[in-house]
Every structure is written in structure tokens, then in C-alpha cells.
Ligand binder design. Structure first.
Ligand code: PA5
Length: 442
């Protein structure tokens, strides 16, 4: 279901280079699959398609049906790994305009992923006097952004429905037994789901973290899990370059070692935008540590060919590019004939818009390679739920493999704490008085 073509990296990634990196990939593969490396407490995602809690999955589906029956809007509160996957899934599978054409499912809005007053006010205005529910997701239960948003929307929902009904409209996904959100949910009697102890936020989209929101948006979550299972069955057992994860990881690490420090993930479909955001978190948090790591960036083509295209073509030569191709559109749109040919486009009349897009891609790939930006192409078989699940697993497995190949722990994120501590000190959180003094002296 995934093919990785590295033909356009051959100036840097020769067969000899791949042979040289293969033993490191094999060692990283064994470490990952056997669970013997750094961060091995967080490998629950590796066998998740087989080991998912079926009782919880049934509850996820039941709650999704209830939300669909009693809500016009679902507010999903979370940040980072607690929201990006679900947002990516909805846009990838249902399109960027899901909220304008929900097919009878609730509109879905994401809050708690920033601290913007204007943004929160917009969501409150969008809800208006319509019926809504809240899905709050936080593994720690204490992350500031979602905690602030949850206080706000909790007040709103309790004011609208009263405390008793409100508690049947609030769904909490959090730690199995610890944290402020877990305690609140237990005390108030919310329906709760678990972020498994052994799965980090950025690897959690195929748990209740992502699945409840996806199901509310009418996505077939069984198909997504089936896609992930198919990927698991192939990628965990194939230890050579017929494994697309090996090809991707091998090529990107050879290029990194030759000075390509930034990987741009590109797609010629706008529906991929949040998949790219999810991918950036996955790779940025997993690999960027110990003063190493490929910097993950993303562009949306063809739009960004008219903005970032100049830099990519001729700026500093530290870039590699990975283009994700999604296969054929659901139905074609044909460029119409015009008798006056007022815009000189009649040479395209009768051709599909997708044909134009495909050739834009081919032209871009050649131009970027000629300009010193080697590019890989990851082809997916489609943009349905099963392809989504397959792709998620592919990128997760490749990320673990790549992190171990690079020599880092791909499952921790110690650097994320630095800004939080400073922010807590500046906000006057008890316990941060000494740090505040240090900050004020700087
Ligand atoms: O991948 C991660 O672990 C992070 O991005 C977290 O998901 C993010 O910081 C949110 O944390 P929490 O779910 O504890 O609120």
C-alpha cells in the first residue's frame, strides 16, 4: 500500500551507500521490534493493531454514536500528540472542508492547541446556541493550553445544560489512573478513555486519543486499524530494502550525513496539510535531540511553489524533499474548451485537472533534483481510512527506525519542558519562584 521511490536521490544515495547503511538499519530494526532500545517503555504502538483494547474500542464507537445523535458540534480539546492525529485524519480522509459538508455528522473544532483569545471566541461564536459535546484529551492532564480551554468550555457546557446533563456530554481521554483530568473525570462521572502508559502522545492517534474524534466525523475506524495492521505485518518482519520504511529511512539518513539537514515533506493535495503537521511533530520530537536530527518542514504544492519554490530551487543546499502522492482523485474534473481561447489554455482542453497536477509534480521533481534538492516519492494507494492507518503506521515505524539509526531515543521529548518551566515561572505558578528570579535577572 506504500511505495517509496528514491530514483531522484541517486546523486547522493548510491546502491553502495545503501549497502553501507543496511547493517545499521538491521540493528535499529531488531532493537525496535525486540523492544531492547532506549525508550522501550513506549513501544505500545508497535503491536497496537493486534493488542488494542477491544472493550474500549466498542465504547469509543458507542460514544461516537451518542455524540452524533445529540450534538451539532464536537469541541476537541488537546495539543500536540493529543490532537494532531485526529485533525490530520479528518482532513486527509474527509477533506479540508469537512465542517462545511459533514454528511450529517457533527462539525468538529479543535481548541486547546493555542492560547489565542480570538481563536477561542471564534469557536464559542460558531457553537452559538447549537448542541455540542466536548472531547478533552490530555495524557498528563495538566498541560496549560488544553487546561485553560477546558475550563472555559466546561463552564459553557454546564451553563447551557446544567451540571447533570453536561457530564454526559464531556468525554475525557487521559492517563489510566493519574493526573488532574483523571481525578476530575472520576469525581464528575465523565465517560473516560485511556492514553496507554506505553504509548507516547505523538504515536497515539490510533488509540482512543484519535479514534473517538475520527468516529464522530464518520470515519471507519476499523478500516484505519486494518490499514495499520497490514503495515505492521509487512514492516516489522521485512528486513531489507523491499521494506519501504528501510528505503525511506536509509535514503534520508544517507542524505543527512551528506549535509541535507532539512527534510521538506510536500504534497500536491491540500488535504495532506495536517498530515504534514502530524509528521513534523512525530519526526521533530523523536529525532531532534542531543544536537542532531533532520529538521522536518512541510510545504503544500502547488501553492507553495509560488512562495517557498524560489528558496527550494536556489537557496542554501541543505534540503531534501519527500513528496507524498495520493493516487487518483475520486472523480475527475475536465478543463473545458473555450472558443475564444481567451487565456491560451485550449491546449489543455479535455485534459483532467489531475493530469495538470501530475505534470506539475513531475516538472517540480526534475527541477528540484537539477537544483540540488534530491527528492523521494512516497506513493499511497488512496486517501481512505485504510490508507490513513497504513500511512500512520509506516511513518511511526520509520520514525522509530530512523531515531535508532541516528543514535537517539525516539520516544522521549525532554526539550519540550524548557518553555513550560519559564512560562509557569512568569505566570506565577507556585513552586517556580526561584526560576522567576533567575529569569528576571537575565
Ligand atoms: O507527543 C507528546 O507527548 C506531546 O506532544 C504531547 O502530546 C503534548 O505535549 C500534550 O500533552 P498532554 O497530552 O499530556 O496534554
Amino acid at each position: 500500500m506504500i511505495n517509496v521511490d528514491i530514483t531522484r536521490t541517486k546523486s547522493l544515495v548510491t546502491d553502495k551507500e545503501l549497502d553501507l547503511i543496511a547493517p545499521r538499519l538491521a540493528a535499529a530494526h531488531d532493537t525496535l521490534v525486540a523492544g531492547t532500545g532506549a525508550g522501550s517503555d513506549f513501544l505500545g504502538w508497535v503491536r497496537l493493531p493486534d493488542e488494542i483494547d477491544r472493550e474500549e474500542l466498542a465504547r469509543v464507537k458507542k460514544c461516537a454514536e451518542k455524540i452524533k445523535s445529540d450534538s451539532d458540534v464536537l469541541v476537541v480539546i488537546g495539543i500536540g500528540g493529543s490532537y494532531l492525529g485526529a485533525r490530520a485524519a479528518i482532513e486527509f480522509i474527509k477533506g479540508n472542508t469537512y465542517n462545511q459538508r459533514t454528511g450529517g455528522c457533527p462539525e468538529v473544532y479543535f481548541a486547546g492547541n493555542n492560547l489565542s483569545t480570538d481563536y477561542l471566541n471564534e469557536i464559542i461564536e460558531i457553537i452559538g446556541d447549537r448542541n455540542f459535546s466536548i472531547n478533552v484529551i490530555s495524557k498528563s492532564g495538566s498541560t496549560t493550553e488544553p487546561a485553560v480551554a477546558f475550563r472555559l468550555f466546561k463552564n459553557l457546557i454546564e451553563k447551557k445544560y446544567g451540571k447533570e446533563e453536561a457530564k454526559h456530554r464531556i468525554y475525557a481521554t487521559t492517563d489510566k489512573c493519574r493526573g488532574a483530568l483523571k481525578n476530575l473525570a472520576t469525581n464528575e462521572g465523565y465517560e473516560t478513555f485511556v492514553v496507554p502508559d506505553n504509548i507516547g502522545g505523538r504515536y497515539s492517534v490510533l488509540t482512543a486519543v484519535g479514534l473517538l474524534t475520527m468516529a464522530v466525523a464518520g470515519i471507519d475506524i476499523d478500516a484505519a486499524l486494518l490499514g495499520a495492521k497490514k503495515a505492521m505485518d509487512k514492516l516489522t518482519v521485512t528486513k531489507d530494502f523491499s521494506n519501504p520504511a528501510w528505503t525511506y529511512v536509509g535514503a534520508r539518513n544517507v542524505m543527512y550525513e551528506k549535509g541535507k539537514k532539512i527534510e521538506i515533506l510536500a504534497c500536491f493535495e491540500p488535504k495532506f496539510k495536517y498530515m504534514a503537521e502530524w509528521w513534523k511533530q512525530l519526526y521533530g520530537e523523536s529525532e531532534g535531540k542531543d544536537n542532531v536530527g533532520i529538521f522536518p518542514a512541510s510545504v503544500e504544492f502547488t501553492a507553495d511553489l509560488h512562495s517557498m519554490g524560489q528558496y527550494i530551487q536556489q537557496g542554501e543546499r541543505i534540503l531534501m524533499e519527500t513528496v507524498v502522492s495520493l493516487g487518483k482523485p475520486a472523480s475527475d474534473i475536465i478543463v473545458p474548451e473555450n472558443p475564444e481561447d481567451f487565456d491560451g489554455l485550449n491546449y489543455l482542453a479535455g485534459k483532467s485537472v489531475d493530469f495538470v497536477n501530475e505534470n506539475a509534480y513531475k516538472g517540480t521533481a526534475i527541477a528540484h533534483e537539477d537544483g540540488g534538492v534530491p527528492n523521494m516519492c512516497i506513493s499511497l494507494s488512496g486517501s481512505d481510512a485504510e490508507s490513513f492507518g497504513y500511512m500512520v503506521y509506516f511513518f511511526e515505524f520509520a520514525c522509530g527506525l530512523s531515531g535508532y539509526t541516528l543514535g537517539v531515543n525516539p520516544f522521549d521529548q525532554p526539550g519540550v519542558e524548557a518553555y513550560k518551566k519559564n512560562m509557569f515561572a512568569l505566570l506565577g505558578k507556585p513552586g517556580y519562584e526561584e526560576l522567576l528570579k533567575e529569569i528576571l535577572e537575565k
